[in-house]
Design a protein around this ligand. Structure first.
Ligand code: PLP
Length: 492
């Protein structure tokens, strides 16, 4: 299967080429030239499988330069019992319509694990398949969740080193402890004096600095990224929507062929775009409900057809959705409007900070998508309400989606099921969750987890327990200007 750029000028490559390269040479994102289709026979077969087999089967439809045996071996390791105890993507019924798809039972308690447990394995195979001899240095700027999930995914992977940069005051105490206590012989973690954008800009500069690239190459290294625009992160996310549908159908909760809606708490538009692909492959899906927090640029886009990033940026209690450029939206534009129009929209976005899609493009998008958002107060209220009414403990990101699903349900008055993606363990954002339920200030850091456990009786997930007793391995705080020097250290 060929992969091409969303902007139409990035050449053609294989799946392995796309995964190794990350971004196309014209600045666009890689997409498969054609989408594979699911038929009812395939759905029935998938229903009978465990998650790792489902994942290998779906991935093999996209990554046809990987053998099924390779994919199955990788999926068994990535999604097996040792990394996802109790199953990779279980569904939980909340009320008559909502089915909460919990994507956070992996090693870092956030949904990023669903992609970052498998992607390093696909990446290593991509290096072999493309005859790459150099060692990859993965550079990651993070606002919290991606950094830890990437560290955990790439630790001790052969042929790879990873360096993570986080804003010194820009991540939660739990997120910081998760990163600075990271184990593995090929990992480095740095606190950067600055905000997330400073760290991100620092990494981007290194990626485009010819001198650094050449110096690293002479020492046998090349740079790569674990960012969510990589196809190797997107493809594994398609699997769990298909898997959830199979589970609901197999248990009799829905009939085969019955349409379900899917609601996703959205930031970079990667997770919800994967649901869209599942729909285009033939999964019986009605609407895709795009849920945003106070940073509601996507809600506005879906209700007007204009994407305008000239607006205030808010820091919220659902920080992984605090984003003004939803990079993966470019992939939707490509599928709906084609590469020429997409290139034009993206040029307008970089020059003017906004673009308006043509009316036929907008109409097409609206056939599949509907957008809702909620502010901080409503997020908090939803965490509290869903806990009181259903005894379900939700994190703040998932609460934004639950809020959207409830509004949608009320407006449409339908009766069909809504799969709601839940993207983090409530313990990852324990302070906000505790405060939403008790209306009192939560204790600081890891003590908030214990307070929440005492309050609710829900167990702290193993990866988050005892964090304060782990050895701190990384305590360097650096200036943004020192980032290139750390790269030199890591390519020595
Ligand atoms: C990354 C993340 C999101 C946003 O997902 P996108 O694919 O960027 O839209 C939502 N919730 C949590 C907890 C996340 O870590």
């Amino acid at each position: 299967m060929n992969y091409v750029s969303t902007r139409g000028n990035g050449g053609i490559t294989t799946a392995a080429g796309a995964i190794k390269q990350g971004l196309a040479s014209d600045g666009g994102l890689f997409m498969p030239e054609k989408l594979p289709l699911l038929d009812s026979q395939m759905m029935e077969k998938l229903s009978e499988m465990e998650y790792p087999e489902r994942a290998a089967t779906v991935l093999s439809m996209f990554l046809d330069d990987y053998t099924y045996e390779e994919l199955l071996a990788d999926c068994r390791e990535a999604y097996g019992e040792s990394r996802f105890p109790g199953g990779a993507a279980p569904c939980s019924a909340v009320g008559s319509r909502m089915r909460i798809l919990e994507l956070w039972h992996g090693p870092t308690a956030a949904f990023k694990d669903m992609a970052l447990q498998i992607m390093p394995r696909l990446f290593v195979r991509a290096l072999k398949k493309t005859g790459e001899k150099k060692t990859a240095l993965i550079l990651v700027a993070t606002s919290g969740d991606t950094g830890k999930a990437a560290l955990e995914g790439y630790k001790d992977v052969e042929g790879v080193k990873i360096a993570v940069y986080y804003p010194v005051h820009g991540v939660s105490r739990v997120q910081q402890l998760q990163m600075v206590t990271q184990e593995g012989n090929n990992v480095q973690v740095y606190a950067v004096k600055g905000n997330f954008d400073d760290a991100q800009t620092g990494v981007k500069k290194i990626f485009s600095d010819a001198e650094q690239i050449n110096a690293a190459a002479e020492r046998g290294y090349f740079f790569s990224s674990a960012n969510s625009i990589n196809w190797g992160r997107l493809a594994p996310q398609i699997v769990y929507y298909i898997s959830a549908y199979c589970d609901l159908a197999a248990s009799g909760d829905i009939k085969y062929g019955e349409k379900v809606d899917i609601c996703v708490p959205t930031g970079n538009f990667g997770n919800i775009f994967a649901a869209y692909i599942a729909k285009k492959m033939g999964l019986p899906v009605g609407k895709l409900i795009c849920a945003s927090n106070k940073n509601n640029i996507l809600t506005d886009f879906l209700s007007t057809g204009t994407y305008d990033r000239n607006r205030s940026f808010y820091t919220t209690m659902s920080p992984s959705m605090d984003i003004l450029i939803s990079s993966n939206l470019e992939r939707l534009l490509y599928l709906v409007a084609g590469s020429k129009a997409t290139a034009k929209y993206m040029k307008e976005l970089s020059e003017k900070g906004k673009y308006t899609v043509d009316s036929d493009v907008y109409e097409k998008i609206k056939e599949d998508f509907v957008g809702y958002f909620c502010d901080e107060e409503k997020t908090s209220e939803t965490v509290d309400k869903i806990y009181r009414e259903y005894g379900y403990l939700s994190d703040t990101h998932s609460a934004v989606a639950i809020n959207a699903a409830l509004k949608y349900s009320e407006e449409t008055k339908g009766e069909g099921k809504i799969i709601v993606a839940s993207t983090a363990s409530p313990y990852k954002f324990a302070s906000s969750v505790y405060e939403a339920i008790t209306k009192t200030k939560a204790p600081e850091g890891p003590e908030a987890l214990e307070a929440l456990e005492k309050l609710t009786g829900v167990d702290i997930p193993a990866p988050l327990s005892g964090l304060d007793r782990k050895q701190i391995r990384f305590d360097r705080v650096i200036e943004v200007s020192e980032m290139p020097e750390t790269v030199r250290e890591n390519t020595r």
